[in-house]
Design a protein around this ligand. Structure first.
Ligand SMILES: [Zn+2]
Ligand SMILES: [Zn+2]
Length: 231
């Protein structure tokens, strides 16, 4: 079983021109939309941020763990990050910090070089203007989404999306080269069978109680185990 040491908490011509360079072919926007399921401002934020960072790092989509991405929200944008950078939840080179910020850091494992891309508050256009999206590209879903703003009207949404696609990256983002201490690589852990439910769990997630081994859900109270998020 694979796990993360340390817990891991740790077809528009204008568009193509604006976002040329970086990871993938010119059809990558369409591919990103297909992966995510729909086109939206948040997705475009992640798309632009990732393209810009990979271009600055001179990097291509990670096949294994050669690139690391640290994202500071769990909104639509991070689907573009995963699709374009090859940094994915499952590979262990994608780290989520629950800060509710449209900030993305990409680092190369080889050199330790990193680029931090932070969405500017002005990215949606002048305050009160037609593109002033109160939602700030965040999905309205709990603290991770950070979407405390009002919902976009469809025409606002379109205007914002267009702006996010076409504006020069420097207008949308604060971008700087940096160095970070890299999160550890994903490692393989053995599995241990829980003595209550009989299911296997990664050894680092096993809870020992009175000499017995249990998976985490089996140590939770019944209500928590069968909470509204399932499990
Ligand atoms: Zn979306
Ligand atoms: Zn169990």
């Amino acid at each position: 079983m694979r796990g993360k040491r340390g817990g891991g908490h740790a077809g528009r011509p204008g568009v193509r021109k604006a976002v040329r360079c970086g990871a993938r072919s010119s059809g990558d926007l369409a591919e990103t939309v297909r992966f995510h399921g729909h086109m939206c401002p948040g997705l475009v934020i992640g798309y632009r941020a990732t393209k810009e960072a990979l271009a600055r790092l001179g990097a291509r989509r990670a096949e294994d763990e050669e690139i690391v991405a640290i994202v500071e929200n769990d909104s639509c944008s991070v689907d573009a990050v995963q699709w374009l950078s090859g940094c994915t939840f499952g590979k262990g080179n994608f780290f989520f910090r629950d800060y509710g910020k449209q900030v993305f850091t990409f680092a190369l494992r080889g050199s330790g070089r990193a680029v931090r891309v932070a969405l500017k508050p002005s990215a949606f256009g002048p305050p009160g203007g037609p593109s002033d999206g109160g939602g700030r590209g965040n999905r309205d879903r709990g603290p991770g989404g950070g979407g405390q703003g009002r919902a976009f009207r469809p025409e606002e949404r379109e205007a914002i999306t267009r702006r996010l696609l076409k504006a020069p990256a420097e207008e949308l983002f604060d971008i700087r080269e940096t160095r970070i201490s890299l999160p550890p690589k994903a490692v393989i852990h053995e599995s241990v069978v829980c003595e209550r439910c009989g299911e296997a769990a990664m050894a680092t997630r096993i809870v020992r109680k009175r000499g017995r081994a249990y998976c985490i859900p089996c140590t939770l109270k019944r209500g928590a185990r069968q909470g509204r998020w399932g499990g």
